[in-house]
Design a binder for this molecule. Sequence first.
Ligand code: KG4
Ligand code: ZN
Length: 342
Amino acid sequence: MKETIILGIETSCDETSAAVLAGDRLLSNVISSQIDIHRRFGGVVPEIASRNHLTAILPVIDEALEKAGVSKRELDAIGVTYGAGLVGALLVGVSAAKAFAYSLGIPLYAVNHIEAHIAANYISTPELKPPFLAVVASGGHTGVCRVDGLNSFTMIASTTDDAIGEAFDKVARAVGLPYPGGPEIDRRAKLGTANINFIEHKNRHRNGELSYSGLKTAVVNYLHNLEQRGDTPNVDDICASFQKTAVDMLVDVAAAEIKRSGIKTVVAAGGVSANSYLRARLKEEGERIGANVYFPPMSLCTDNAAMVAVRARDMIKENIPAARLDLNAASYLKITGAGDGR
Ligand code: KG4
Ligand code: ZN
């Protein structure tokens, strides 16, 4: 039987990406990042992101097809991220995907961004099969998700306020590091010591709940106090201390869920899973509890279209109906398996 060839498209934030998947083989994954454009504003400016997606989308799709050695006519389906994310940015990918699907007469699959982040692990760990737990750590979502099937996702612990990536970016900004703050904090933390206690351990995750807003405020208050005293902050120590608290909180909650559920297969998903301390801590905790922990490679941790194509492949396997051509973008989506927005 001929392999299903899928074009994946991702434009939810500041990366324009297209990828081609043939069966289980990833043939290309082109990512055009706007990081340099947004850096001077200290964060993603939604309107600028949409405009840049508009100019990048067709060249990126062409390059993905060319690298894969696949012509448009050979495509069997399109998968596109329709949420969660910046609506104006998402709409560029969704509109391009609809145009391709309509003109080529092929089905369009509406992909949930976080389900795609989790699905990235099927590329890097082909033997991975549900049930497993996914430690979700991105710019918009944080928590532990139980994956019981290709289309069965249940969030069993999630942040009650800010996402972990958002906290990394805001703390980085507060200490004067450039956007995106996550990788900068990761780098600076290696030069420092985690010697500042921003939040009492007992207050970190009451009832297994995750919260990052208090931690971010604690860092900002610490900086204000130093400023009032006329002291200079030690950025490396602040980064190491913040990163340790932020990551330990999530790893503690994940460890509790591993023990409670008895599920011994764990994956990481989302941009913050590129964090070196998170990777080390989760691996260490997994070894201690006897769980196997898998991480996507760095290129599949942050936003990319390969994960979108893989998620679309699984939606096809699960007989999920294709999206209609009036599909809209959604700024917020629950992680529930496909079903919304079709
Ligand atoms: O998954 P992602 O690319 O986009 C969303 O879906 O939100 O995640 C982006 C987040 C940003 O907050 C960025 O600072 C963070 O991932 N990030 C990191 C690292 N690399 C990216 N955070 C900590 N350490 C890193 N090495
Ligand atoms: Zn993402």
